[in-house]
Design a protein around this ligand. Structure first.
Ligand code: GCB
Length: 588
């Protein structure tokens, strides 16, 4: 009783005030092109279904006796099983495959100061709610399952450290996404955990990009520093352009325009330049491409030239690793997209790893990046909005220098209600405010009663994303032609989704649902129509390969997979429709 253990354990609302401190985009650090130190590897791991760690404050490690035993003897971190970080617990142990809830991760690590003055912890992503403790102290809680977060730990670090994370992937109505999605809800710390060592004053934000004025001759640079040295000079160097510029910072900020004529980045010519920025002791050095994306009436323009987006949608998933995809798996996906003659991918339905955009920069693929404002979000809940806006901000800041990224999508298939319009138009405005150089879009639901592209959100978008399943969910295919005849958009339309389920190798007639033949027939009809509509400026059919989905119970054609892929889930088999897209894009 002396330690209040009973009180804690019986306290139903363990989300006590001490756990409410939030980690948001405000603590982000621009970290591409910086040296980091990995804390990834094997961590002690315990499934904690009843949140006893939080209720009984295991992280305080208070109850250790002289023999090193913990009281009550409900846990022993060092004897726990080991779990690789990054990974999804679902793919690591068969018994955790369907687990949703809290799990505790902890490890010890040594820290030796190398002369740095400030140190930050970076988590690439934890799904969904992450409560972080260092040396028995609560550091904060991050919400959002797919974006990175950062915590300054300068004051808390010692030579011997214990870090502890409670990761909780419980689906909730109030979350973004909410509890119902058409994909698998993986759990865990599934992207890298790293330490970043920095001088007392350092570059917190850095963006560089072509000024989108059609001249292709100016670069805009934005810098923000943190620390006591708020006035000073930064040096921006691009050796490949023989460019070396000093930029003055006033009160921690600088906005500068530099004359430069880089070779333009495009899918056919993914030219990257090494860019270095120095401020005092701090240095960032990374490879960056320069290109311009904009719309002109109903057309998309890349570097001043009309562009048709030959795309495919893709989830962040592999059979072996779930969302914790390796570089090799990302490269494999992008190589398959290229084999299909794609120049573009829609990264659905949440931010994929930052490695995806870095690899797309190198391989020459354009990207649509999205936040999981998916289906029936609590659009009238201000906290849900704050969560969505925070995820959007974290994504935009993370990928601000990736030439491959051309579209920020603020959501997918949400019914056109007043609350939703308010919520998503605010997100669209936010995206524009944070990044006026890229296009803002959303995958809209169409009016399938009157067969017309009609969504009030379209007024706030640069490009209209349109999901349609004519031939599948909308059974009468002919209505697609009607839909295009009825619609008079004043901006480009990208068909963000169309498709049909088909089990790889399952053959039959075009009328038999779930066969490759039926899927291929729908694709044939779709591309025949889409190819003729002038304002349709691209497509990203649903989807490159089959993915896990708890909603898909058909034992023959699905077996807990969404089988709308153009390939089987292990990517070993191309379905007939793969070749139809390949041909369509070759001819386009
Ligand atoms: C959609 C959703 C996507 C689903 C797909 C389907 O419209 O945007 O997430 O997976 O349909 O297969 O039903």
């Amino acid at each position: 009783k002396a330690n209040n253990y009973d009180d804690a354990i019986h306290n139903e609302s363990f989300e006590a005030p001490y756990l409410t401190k939030r980690i948001t985009h405000r603590s982000m650090i621009y970290d591409a092109g910086r040296r980091k130190e990995s804390l990834s590897g094997f961590w002690s791991f315990g499934i904690d279904q009843y949140d006893t760690c939080l209720r009984a404050k295991w992280f305080e490690e208070k109850y250790q006796d002289a023999e090193g035993r913990y009281h009550p003897m409900d846990f022993s971190f060092d004897e726990w099983e080991k779990m690789p970080v990054p990974s999804c617990w679902n793919t690591q142990r068969e018994r955790y495959f369907l687990y949703e809830g809290s799990a505790v991760y902890t490890r010890t690590f040594l820290y030796i100061n190398h002369g740095e003055e400030r140190v930050f912890l970076k988590f690439g992503a934890v799904n969904y709610d992450a409560k972080v403790f260092l040396n028995k102290q609560y550091l904060g809680c991050h919400k959002g399952g797919s974006t990175p977060f950062y915590i300054e730990v300068t004051e808390q670090l010692q030579e011997n450290n214990r870090i502890l994370v409670v990761a909780n992937n419980t689906r909730k109505r109030t979350n973004v996404p909410c509890e119902n999605t058409d994909w698998f809800n993986y759990g865990g710390i599934y992207r890298d955990v790293e330490l970043i060592r920095l001088p007392s004053s350092f570059i917190r934000k850095f963006t560089i990009g072509l000024v989108p004025d059609g001249s292709f001759s100016k670069l805009a640079v934005e810098l923000e520093v943190d620390g006591p040295q708020r006035d000073g000079q930064a040096i921006v160097a691009i050796p490949g352009l023989e460019l070396y510029r000093t930029i003055e910072l006033r009160d921690g900020k600088a906005l500068a325009t530099i004359e430069a004529k880089p070779e333009l980045w495009s899918p056919d010519h993914p030219r990257l330049y090494e860019v270095t920025v120095e401020y005092g002791q701090d240095v960032i050095s990374e490879w960056i491409g320069f290109r311009e994306i904009r719309t002109e009436g109903q057309r998309m323009m890349l570097n001043g030239q009309p562009l048709f987006l030959k795309g495919i949608s893709v989830h962040e998933e592999s059979v072996a690793n779930g969302k914790a995809m390796s570089d090799e798996e990302i490269i494999e996906n992008f190589t398959l997209a290229k084999e299909m003659n794609c120049n573009y991918l829609r990264l659905a339905h949440y931010p994929h790893t930052e490695r995806a955009a870095q690899i797309a920069d190198e391989m020459g693929l354009l990207l649509w990046e999205e936040i999981p404002v998916y289906w029936a979000i609590e659009f009238d809940n201000p906290e849900t909005y704050a969560d969505a806006e925070n995820q959007l901000t974290e994504l935009i800041q993370r990928d601000s220098n990736r030439a491959s990224v051309i579209v920020w999508s603020v959501g997918n298939e949400n019914a056109d209600t007043p609350a939703r319009l308010n919520f998503m138009s605010s997100l669209a405005r936010k995206a524009k405010e944070l990044d006026p150089t890229r296009l803002v879009s959303a995958a809209c639901m169409l009016d399938h009663t009157n067969h017309i592209i009609k969504d009030r959100l379209a007024d706030y978008l640069d490009v209209i994303g349109a999901n349609e399943y004519y031939g599948w969910y909308q059974t009468n295919f002919d209505n697609l032609v009607q839909l295009f005849d009825n619609s008079k958009p004043d901006k480009p339309v990208i068909i963000t989704e169309f498709g049909a389920d088909a089990k790889a190798g399952h053959r039959g007639t075009v009328d038999e649902k779930g066969t490759e033949d039926c899927q291929a027939d729908i694709y044939r009809k779709q591309v025949d129509v889409l190819g003729r509509i002038p304002y349709v400026q691209g497509a990203s059919p649903w989807i490159l390969y089959d993915f896990r989905c708890p909603r898909r119970l058909h034992p023959v054609t699905q077996n807990y997979y969404n089988t709308k892929g153009l390939m089987s889930e292990d990517k070993s088999r191309r379905k007939l429709a793969f070749y139809i897209m390949q041909q369509f894009y070759q001819d386009k």
